[in-house]
Design a protein around this ligand. Structure first.
Ligand code: KG4
Ligand code: ZN
Length: 345
């Protein structure tokens, strides 16, 4: 039976996991850096890299011990090699290289986004390619058609902020602290989503791309006006974000050809209101809807190990020990930049 050790360190979670080809997570451990970054209201790259360097090796020891396995039992060591904060990515990748070298085990360099993109298949054995994927995290907001392992077509991206970033900024404006997504969702439960008039950027435009910068500014204006309760702002923001997603997905789904399912992945997939809206949309299109369980939505190493399992099964070769960490690494290198887009891919 295939066994892969996964390592994740691209943002503010240090994580290791042991996953089998039978979709069993034998052991996993995550060390969150929330406390370290909270005073700054966001992730500080230097602090993140240092924390990964301190925590990763003990986490790997822990999951091997809990899983009752040694490195020699592993068919591969899979580590996130990008995209992400480069200092952290390097800590994880170099650790994986050293472990691979010391144990004579193949190294698999995993695209973090591929980890998110394939994570629903770890949770759902019946999810077959091709499927439509909404990938919504702190750094990314994309709609992809997933045809197979390593075969991604990007139909939409954001021209400015990612959706998770918009949640985090809204949380900051409302004084909810970091990380913002879960806090905004909690407060939104007490608010009325119809009270605050907020824009739906890009809704109605022909290309299915996203934009959230204008929505964030409108949240700031609504807050500064003093006219609205924070809970109503949170609820109205969440509703506006959901309306944008549904409108954009309508266009993308009509364009991408036949798929088996609508799938959501990435940290924002933890949001229950957004999940609910997507489930309805999938129904309208006659598609099954899949979302990974919450711990697999936010950054974790099980999804990285699983991407390694999938790559082994699909016959991808091991990666060389001189492989570079990549701060940017698009899943679909052929995708055209969105018109009006800044630096974010
Ligand atoms: O995938 P992830 O853990 O890290 C990245 O690769 O970016 O996503 C983190 C993002 C953060 O912006 C966080 O605020 C958001 O996911 N998030 C949520 C929720 N839980 C996490 N956003 C909305 N509602 C949530 N419940
Ligand atoms: Zn992520």
């Amino acid at each position: 039976m295939t066994l892969v050790l996964g390592i994740e360190s691209s943002c503010d979670e240090t994580a290791a996991a042991l996953v089998t080809g039978e979709r069993e997570i034998l052991a996993q451990a995550i060390a969150s850096q929330e406390k370290e970054h909270a005073p700054y209201g966001g992730v500080v790259p230097e602090i993140a890299a240092r924390a990964h360097a301190e925590r990763l090796a003990p986490l790997v020891e822990k999951v091997l011990a809990e899983g009752g396995k040694t490195l020699a039992d592993c068919d591969a060591i899979a580590a996130t090699a990008g995209p992400g904060l480069i200092g952290g990515v390097m800590v994880g990748l170099v650790t994986a290289k050293a472990l691979a070298m010391a144990s004579d085990t193949p190294l698999l360099a995993i695209n973090h986004l591929e980890g998110h993109a394939l994570s629903p298949r770890l949770a759902d054995p019946d999810l077959e390619f091709p499927y439509a994927l909404l990938l919504v995290s702190g750094g990314h907001c994309q709609i992809l058609r997933v045809d197979g392992v390593g075969r991604y077509r990007r139909l939409a991206t954001t021209i400015d902020d990612a959706l998770g970033e918009a949640f985090d900024k809204t949380a900051k404006i409302l004084g909810l602290g970091y990380p913002g997504g879960p806090a905004v969702e909690r407060l939104a439960k007490e608010g009325d989503p119809a009270v605050v008039p907020l824009p739906r950027p890009m809704v109605g435009s022909g290309e299915p791309h996203f934009s959230f910068a204008g929505l964030k500014s409108a949240v700031l204006r609504a807050h500064d006006s003093g006219e609205y309760a924070d809970a109503d702002i949170a609820a109205s923001f969440q509703q506006a974000a959901l309306d944008c997603i549904l409108d954009r997905l309508h266009i993308a789904l009509r364009r991408m050809g036949e798929v088996n399912a609508l799938v959501v992945a990435g940290g924002v997939a933890a949001n229950q209101t957004i999940r609910g809206g997507l489930e309805h949309l999938a129904d309208d299109f006659g598609l099954r809807f899949t979302a990974p369980p919450l711990p697999l939505c936010t950054d974790n190493a099980a999804m990285i190990a699983w991407a390694g399992v999938e790559r082994l099964a699909a016959g991808f070769p091991a990666d060389p020990l001189d492989l570079r960490a990549r701060p940017r690494w698009p899943l679909d290198p052929e995708a055209e930049p969105a018109r009006g887009a800044g630096v974010k891919a």
